[in-house]
Design a protein. Sequence first.
Lengths: 422, 301
Amino acid sequence: MSTVVIRGEGLGKSYHRGALQQSALLRDHLSRALKSPLSIFRRPKDETFWALEDVSLEVREGEVLGLIGRNGAGKTTLLKILSRITKPTTGWAEIHGRVGSLLEVGTGFHPELTGRDNIFLNGAILGMRRAEIARKFDEIVAFAEVERFIDTPVKRYSSGMYVRLAFAVAAYMETEILLVDEVLAVGDVQFQKKCLGKMGTVAKQGRTVLLVSHNMASIQSLCSRSILLEQGHSVRDGATADIVRDYLSTFDEGNSGVVDLRSPAIPRAGKSTIFSSVEIRNGKGEVTSTFLPGDDLVFDFALDPPLVIKQPAVHIGFDDVMGRRIFSIGTPYSGVNWPVLDRPSVIRCVVPDLRLVPGKYSISICAGTVYEPWMDAILNAASFDVDAADYFGTGRVPPSELGVMLVPADWKICESVRPLNH
Amino acid sequence: MASVTTRPPDDHDLARVAPETIALPLFSAPATVRIEPPHGWLEPHLHEVWQYRELLYFFVWRDVKVRYKQTVIGIAWVVLQPLMTMGVFTLFFGRLARLPSDGLPYPVFYFAALVPWTYFSTALQSCTNVVVNNQHLVTKVYFPRLILPLSAVVSGLVDFAIGFVVLLVVTAIYGIQPTLAALWLPVLLLLAVLTALGVGLWMSALNALYRDVHYVVPFFVQFWMFASPVAYPSSLVPQRWRWLYGLNPMAGVIDGFRWALTGHGVAPGPLMLASASAVMVVLLGGLFFFQRMEGTVADRV
C-alpha cells in the first residue's frame, strides 16, 4: 500500500464579501475612524462566502487525481491552499514531498528578457535550482520548438510560442507532487497532444498529480480517481468514469428546443445583445430537440440588433458532450452575403442530412459582422440529442463509439493484379 | 500559517533503508509541510528563506537586467541622478545659501551623502511596492514572500556599487584620501540596508493591505532626507537636540560615510548604538507584521 502524500481534513476557505467591497484605501479607514471612532471596532455587515467548506481528501503516492466541478465550485481554491498560496480558514493539510504547482503558464515571464533568461527565471520561480535548469535547458527548448528564437526578447514571440515555452519549463519540474490547474488547454491542437503526452509520462513516472480541468477527455485519460466539487463541497470521490458520467448528466438543462436568450443570467461574451432566442426544429418544422442521423437540423434565430450591422454574419459551433468542437458553420462560409441587419429578424439555418454519431450536443453561437463575428457570443446556447438509428440502411445501427461523424464509404473486393503469394 | 516541520531522514535511517543513499544531500530529502489556518503571532521561517536563496538571486538579476534594458541611458542614470542632485545642492545650498560643509569642497560633501542616501531612498520605495508589483506571482506560486522585500533592498546595492565607484573618483579628483576609517563603510552600509529593510517591511505589508500607502512614502522619504545630514552637516543641529537627531539611523550612516571617506566631520559615536537598536526593533516588528500579512496577501492583491 503506497503512502499517503497529501492528506487534508475539513479544509475550508471563507471570504468576507463585505470586506472585499469595502475600500482598500488607508485614507478611507482613517477618515472613518476619525469621524466615528467606535466604528472601527464594529465588524462590517457582510456575508461570509465559503469558497470551500469541509473538504477532506487523501492522495497516495503515484496517484493521478482529477478535480472536477463547475466554475466556482472551489477547485482552484483547493489547489491554492495545497500550494500554500493562500491559507485555509478551517481545517488542516499535510503534504509529504516537494510540491510543484502549475496554476498558470508563464508565471513570472518578463517581456523584456530573452527566452533563455525567462527559462531560468521561470524555472527558479517554480522552484527548480539553477543547475537543474541548466541541465534540462536543451530539452526544454526542444520541447517548445523555439530553438531559433531562444535569444530574442519574449515580447516578440507569437502567443503560440509563448505558451509553448511556458509549458515546456513547467513540464520539466521534477517535484514529487504536481498540482496542475487547467494549463493543459494551451496552444494549438498539436501542442495540446504533446502536453497531454507529457502529462501521461509524468504520471507513469510515479509522481503524484492533482489535475483540475474542464476537459473531460483529458481527465478520463489521465486520472484513475477523481473528486467532484460542487459549491465548495466535495460531493463525490471515486472512480473517474462514474464521476464524469454523473457530472455530465447534471448538464441536462431541460432540452425543450426553444431557448430564450434575452435573460441577463445567460453568460455571453461580446459586447452586444443580438440574439433574442433560438428554436430548434426538424425538417418538418416541428420544434424538437431529439434527432436521428440523416434528419435535417433547422435553427430559427430571432435577432434583435441594437444598432445597424453592415455585412452581418452568424456562426454556429457544434460541440459534443466532452466539450470538443465537432464542426462549425457560418454565413460567410456558406456563401451568404446579406448587406445589412437593421431590424428584428428571424434567420433560419438548415443543416441537411445530419451525420453526427448518437450523443448529446450543444451549440455555441455568435453574431456580428464578417470581420468582427463576436459582437454577441453565447457558449452552449442550446443543446439537442441525436439518437441511434440505421443511418446507412444496412440493418446495423452505427454506435457513438465510431467517432464523431457518420461517413458513407464504398467497399469492394478487387481482382488482384498479381497473385498475393509468389 | 504553515509550520514547517522538516524531518529529513538522518544517516541511521538511510543506512537501514538504502546504504547507497547516505551520500544524498539532505536538502533534497522530501520535507513534511503542515498547512493550517493562521493563529496568533507567527515566527518568521528564515530557514525557508535560505532554501529559496537562488530565487532571491534571480529576482535581483531580473530587476537589474530589466532596469538597464529599458532605459536608453541605462547604467548612466544610476550615476546621473545623484550627480545632478549634487549639482543642484552645490549651487543652492552651497554657493547661494552658503551652508557649512565641514571643511569639504561642496561636491564631495554632498555626493558622499547622496550615494548612501539614494540607495536608502530607492530601496525603501521599491520595497514598499514590491509585493503589489509582483501580485501576479504572489497569487500563482508559492515562495516565502520575504524574498520580495529582500530582493528590493539587495538590488539597490548594485546601483550603490556603481555610485560608490563614482564617489571614489570624485574624492580623488578633489585630492581627498580615504582614511583607515574607511573600514567602517561596510558596517555603515549594513545599517542602511537594515533600516531600509526594517521600515520597508512595514510599508510593504501596509501597502499590500491598503493600496494608497505608497503615495505617502515619497513624502515621508523627502522629509526623512531633510531630517538627515544630507544637505547640511549635523554640526548645524543645536547641541540639546543632538540626541534626538542621532536616533535617526541614517544620520549616523551619512555622517559616518563622510567621516570614513574623508576624515572630516562627525565620527560615529555612541548615538549610533542607540539608533542601531531602534533599527533592530523596527526590523523585528516588521518581520512579524510582514509574516502575519503574508498568509492572506494572495486574497487581497
